[in-house]
Design a protein around this ligand. Structure first.
Ligand code: B12
Ligand code: SF4
Length: 489
């Protein structure tokens, strides 16, 4: 059977960096089962709509699979309509968080034939087998579709107990060298850089704005050996110099992290990497080891400096823990990056400025404030629905896009305009504080930039001067001056 897998356009406003890793796993299991896979990576290649439709038209596939996030809703809906016009008889199946979080809506609002809920590795293979044998799809767990005109769900599929059992993602189908590895990295991270590596699924915490807890997935991780197998694969096949572990909670299993770091140190891979962390899960010993293993930076979802908001979002972390974790990172030389939210339930001017005060105390460059956004499958989303804050779900899905730049749902008692202005004021305050705290660093930085500019000018002059001198010798002063000012002799 030939399966056409489509990675839709996801983040057109920036260069493609993150491979559609869920789809890469699906491609790997289909290939392993002996079928053919054709991949249409729209996000990676940025094909135009015409090119996309042409490629789909020319494909002799027996099944089409799409995988993406909820934010791809609008694009996928349009794409699906077009696909059904070109290939009305080819079954269309969709997976990814878009399917898992709103299967009923997907099945009824889009011309999708089947939606895969949860992990798809086993479901897709059973689905293909059933399709081939003309069997009964109601036996395939984790599948949603229309039966007798009504939504039908076959029931939950058991989680894959051991992630080491799944094959290495089919990275070779994606334009790794030409696109993703080239675009990843930068700043303190060397290129080629793999920004899409995943080794953990699930999370034991219950933050209200996150869709992980509602999937109720037990946290599972690759073993250290499997982790290293994939890293070596990327290192030797694609010469990566660094990577980002996109796990939601890479550091959850301390023992595993220690093992991974020890292997990296022993093998002298000299890879530079970063990942996400949680302020209540780091300690000095662990951070030192991570640093030694090449970890240059850690991203913390700090979210707020207000204890009240921390409680409201069920973060299970305290402001003290934030301050301690950041201080430890700075002490061992790991660059901490903190992200913040604004506009959660209970947010006021006072709580926003508690965040600004925290930023001030942390003395690190503040990152952006993201507006709290409810995504389906999260507690925040259910709260918004129950409180009449989402009058039209489909409309909301169509507005999703870049992260937290717009107020899609306002959970505060402030009008949108005030909340928007408050964010701008808070960002300005935080940045001003930061510049004041780092004034000498900035002056030094400025001098450094001026020095580099003068050095470059000097180098250019040294390169050009002999040519200029030769010309002058050959043509005389007047002709040379005329040449420079562009005047004909
Ligand atoms: C990598 C990632 C990204 C990448 C996406 C890269 C890409 N090209 O897809 C980037 C960095 C761009 C991104 C951005 C955002 N993300 Co994001 N991201 C993730 C992350 C960390 C991993 C996704 C992933 O690959 N998971 C691992 C794979 C194995 O799981 P999976 O995708 O679900 O795939 C499985 C099944 O769904 C199924 N499947 C998937 N595809 C297909 C296709 C077929 C045909 C079949 C049969 C099955 C199938 O099988 C797969 C294997 O089991 C998740 C968190 C998480 N742990 O899942 C958040 C997550 C998906 N992101 C989320 C969000 C909200 C965002 C942002 C809005 C910002 C933010 N707050 O993080 C932006 C939106 C950007 C935009 N412009 O649209 C939410 C989505 C919520 C939802 N209901 O959809 C998640 C779940 C985070 C969270 N915990 O809340 N993200
Ligand atoms: S935000 Fe992070 S810690 Fe909280 S539930 Fe989601 S993945 Fe877990």
């Amino acid at each position: 059977m030939k399966v056409l897998l489509i990675s839709p356009l996801l983040a057109p406003q920036r260069k493609p960096v993150d491979i559609n890793i869920g789809l890469a796993y699906i491609a790997a299991v289909i290939l392993k089962a002996g079928h053919e896979v054709e991949l249409l990576d729209i996000e990676g290649y940025r094909y135009t709509n015409e090119e996309v439709l042409e490629k789909i038209k020319n494909s002799n596939c027996d099944l089409i699979g799409i995988g993406t996030l909820i934010t791809g809703y609008k694009y996928v809906k349009g794409l699906v309509n077009e696909i059904k016009k070109i290939k009305p008889n080819v079954p269309l199946i969709i997976g990814g968080s878009i399917a898992t979080s709103i299967p009923e809506i997907i099945v009824s609002d889009m011309q999708i034939d089947y939606a895969v809920i949860g992990e798809g590795e086993k479901t897709i293979i059973e689905f293909i087998d059933t399709l081939k044998s003309n069997g009964d799809f109601s036996n395939v767990k984790g599948l949603a579709y229309k039966k007798d005109g009504k939504y039908f769900y076959t029931g939950d599929r058991e989680l894959i107990p051991n992630l080491d059992d799944i094959p290495i993602p089919a990275w070779h189908l994606f334009p790794l060298k030409e696109v993703y590895l080239k675009n990843g990295g930068g700043g303190i991270f060397p290129k080629p850089f793999a920004a899409f590596f995943l080794s953990t699924r699930g999370c034991p915490f219950h933050c209200t704005y996150c869709y992980n807890p509602l999937q109720n997935q037990k946290i599972r991780s690759y073993s250290a050996a499997r982790f290293m197998e994939e890293i070596r694969y990327l290192r030797y096949n694609y010469q990566i110099k660094g990577f980002y572990v996109a796990d939601d909670l890479f550091i959850y299993n301390r023992k595993r992290v220690v093992e991974i770091c020890n292997i990296m140190i022993k093998e002298k891979l000299n890879l530079k990497w970063y990942t996400t962390a949680r302020v209540n899960l780091v300690d000095e010993e662990l951070l030192r080891l991570m640093k030694k293993a090449g970890c240059l930076s850690l991203c913390f979802g700090v979210e707020t400096g207000s204890l009240l908001i921390l409680k409201n979002i069920k973060k299970q972390a305290t402001v003290d823990q934030v301050e301690k974790a950041i201080a430890l990172c700075k002490k061992v030389g790991i660059k901490p990056i903190c992200s913040y939210m604004i506009g959660n339930v209970g947010e006021t001017r006072e709580t926003v400025f508690e965040s600004v005060e925290l930023m001030k105390r942390l003395r690190i460059r503040p990152t952006h404030f993201f507006f709290a956004t409810p995504y389906p499958g999260t507690e925040l989303y259910d709260y918004a629905k129950e409180n009449g804050k989402i009058p039209n779900e489909i409309e909301l899905f169509s507005m999703y896009g870049e992260q937290g730049e717009k107020i899609l749902v306002n959970f505060t008692n402030m009008p949108n305009k005030e909340l928007f202005e408050l964010r701008a004021e808070a960002i300005k305050k935080a940045m001003d504080n930061y510049y004041k705290q780092n004034i000498f660093r900035y002056i030094f930085h400025l001098f450094f930039l001026i020095f580099i500019a003068i050095r470059n000018l000097f180098r250019k002059f040294v390169q050009i001067f002999p040519r200029f001198f030769n010309y002058l010798n050959k043509n005389g002063f007047k002709k040379t001056v005329n040449k420079i000012i562009g005047k004909k002799a």
